[in-house]
Design a protein. Structure first.
Length: 168
């Protein structure tokens, strides 16, 4: 089902190398990507608009100066708030330290942002950009802001899930 979804609605992938791919996705307000997971890590970053990321562990609001790292194998759903220009970076898990096997919100500094955008250019020098982009990603500042952990109590969790699915 995931491949069918990507073939029908996904932007064509800009394959930059075996270990790194970049895609551009533009969404209208209220659009969403239904629950799914990937074999590789994914950084979602909005150059415009806001992305709300839901996982089984919590919900994060991702404004333009930030990115959210979704670790390999983590089920997630994306909700778009406003017109969203999302730039997604897909990284094979063996390219990152073990600490990156969990989700995290990071600050996207201007250089990292420009490297991601530069990888989308048709004439991108991917062999030169890839190592620097990976270095900038690994050294990005992790932040705790913009997150709302979900409760562990099953009763309260079910109430929170209902509110996330249909906010009042």
């Amino acid at each position: 089902m995931d491949n069918i979804w990507r073939k029908r609605f996904g932007a064509p992938a800009r394959s930059t190398s075996e270990e790194l791919r970049v895609r551009a996705h533009d969404y209208v307000d209220g659009a969403r990507e239904i629950w799914h997971s990937h074999e590789y890590g994914q950084l979602v970053h909005a150059t415009q608009g806001v992305i709300r990321v839901l996982t089984r562990m919590g919900a994060w609001t991702v404004p333009p100066a930030y990115g959210f790292w979704i670790a390999p194998g983590v089920d997630h759903e994306l909700h778009m708030v406003g017109e969203v220009a999302m730039r997604a970076l897909y990284v094979e898990s063996d390219q990152l330290p073990a600490a990156w096997q969990s989700c995290r919100l990071i600050r996207v500094e201007p250089l990292l942002r420009e490297l991601i955008l530069g990888m989308l250019a048709p004439d991108a020098h991917t062999a030169l950009l890839t190592p620097l982009l990976l270095h900038q990603l690994i050294s990005a500042t992790q932040t705790e802001g913009c997150s709302l952990p979900l409760p562990r109590d099953k009763r309260l969790l079910s109430v929170c899930e209902m509110l996330l699915e249909d906010p009042i």
